[in-house]
Ligand binder design. Structure first.
Ligand code: ZN
Length: 435
């Protein structure tokens, strides 16, 4: 059977409830079910996340043990609290669709908040917080992100402060639920073979009757999620680290709505951060670094962030920045070589032929929620199969010039045993890396 490729779409389910839908050929469906209402709605920090933990503690119909059993047999469930949403995730064969949706609806909407169980979860959450804080002390990406964004994206913010976690009570959770777990905030994101009409029918039969319509509904606030802080260079001192982690992010004025071809990033990512890139090869040969972290892109409507990171000894930092500057200058002036382009083109073709895995289905379903929440629409990013065929070297090189332009904002983070004199100033770094 042949299924015509359709773009992703947003379906209005009535009363503010929303369906995000995308087809697949697979016999399994990926489901996300939840509410717009995450850490940003917390009055005490960590409330949304605490409530998410309580979802697995029993309903009127199922005990905690039943839930654990059904989780394995029916739904293979995961739950997430984001800055803007709380969602359940499941990928299951279509034969189990009805059971899966009934199960997800039950634990999401009928969960009971038991005070004894709350005390158990409180201990679990505090342990989660301590582990996360330890991890972030040595995570350069976390420090770099907080330099770029006004709005806090970071995980500890979702987990909450120790003080708040300790003070959250049953009433706080119930209030949060009443305010956020309402029909107007309901969101269902699915990647499935089933026609959209069938999904809507399932929603009407299984989920909608259980949803609560709030008469005093407060529309979601709009948060500034675009990179907006002034540029900066920050040294996070940690004397226990032998190597320095360095992350540099560039913010430029071209976003999803301005991009000519959505595959451009795949090529540039490999060009700058790939293990066979000329930059990395050179740094390795010179014995300056042993591993290049990564190069990544995050896009907003009319802005994007390009980040790359590496680890080195403190006394090598300036030398490395010099080499990166030389390589960037060549890229800025000459662009990607025809040879590199052709090689990468073959590689992309190979990647495109791979069948999407269930992991991919979940990634797509979750991506739709993020786009819907952060951008307000679903950009056509999933036509990548066709777009990749249309890409030209000229497009890539024009984009490269945009990223490496002197007009862009730069955010530099060093984490480790670094002295001020080990690094170039922000202005110096900019003049070396941007043109
Ligand atoms: Zn958790």
């Amino acid at each position: 059977m042949k299924i015509r490729k359709k773009p992703r779409r947003i379906v209005n389910l009535g009363d503010g409830a929303t369906l995000l839908y995308k087809t697949t050929k697979r016999k399994a469906s990926a489901w996300y079910m939840g509410f717009l209402g995450g850490a940003m709605e917390d009055e005490k920090e960590g409330t949304a996340h605490f409530l998410e933990h309580m979802l697995f503690n029993g309903t009127n119909k199922r005990t905690c043990e039943d839930i654990n059993k059904d989780e394995i047999e029916i739904a293979s469930l995961n739950a997430y609290t984001g800055v803007y949403y709380t969602i359940l995730e499941s990928v299951r064969t279509n034969k189990l669709t009805n059971e899966t949706l009934e199960f997800m609806t039950d634990i999401l909407l009928n969960n009971k908040i038991n005070e004894d169980k709350m005390e158990n979860e409180r201990k679990v959450i505090i342990e989660e917080l301590n582990k996360t804080l330890d991890k972030y002390k040595i995570n350069v990406g976390y420090h770099n992100l907080s330099q770029i964004f006004e709005c806090s994206f970071n995980y500890p913010k979702i987990l909450g402060t120790l003080e708040d976690i300790e003070s959250i009570n049953k009433n706080d959770l119930e209030e949060f639920k009443k305010k956020n777990y309402v029909k107007q905030n309901f969101i269902l994101s699915v990647v499935t073979k089933m026609p959209v009409k069938k999904v809507i029918k399932l929603y009407k039969e299984i989920i909608e009757p259980k949803l609560f319509y709030a008469n005093d509904y407060q529309p979601r606030k709009v948060y500034d999620i675009e990179p907006s802080k002034p540029e900066s260079l920050v040294i996070v001192k940690n004397e226990n680290l032998q190597q320095v982690s360095c992350m540099i992010s560039l913010v430029y004025n071209k976003g999803i709505k301005d991009c000519e071809n959505r595959n451009i990033f795949d090529y540039i990512r490999v060009l700058i951060g790939g293990q066979n890139s000329s930059l990395f090869t050179r740094l390795r040969k010179m014995g300056l670094i042993y591993s290049f972290g990564s190069c990544s892109f995050t896009e907003y409507n009319h802005k994007s962030v390009c980040s790359f990171d590496f680890k080195c000894l403190p006394e090598k930092i300036k030398q490395i920045i010099d080499v990166i500057g030389e390589e960037f200058k060549t890229l800025y002036e000459n662009g990607m070589s025809q040879e590199f382009f052709e090689k990468e083109h073959k590689n992309q073709e190979y990647l495109n032929d791979e069948l999407p895995s269930s992991y991919n289905m979940l990634r797509i379903a979750k991506g739709m929620i993020l786009d819907y929440v952060e951008l307000g629409y679903l950009p056509k990013k999933l036509n990548w199969k066709n777009e990749h065929k249309k890409i030209t070297l000229n497009q890539i090189n024009r984009y490269l010039k945009t990223i490496l332009s002197r007009d862009n904002k730069m955010y530099v983070t060093y984490l480790g045993n670094v002295k001020d004199e080990d690094v170039y100033s922000l202005e110096e770094t900019k003049s070396k890396l941007l043109f």
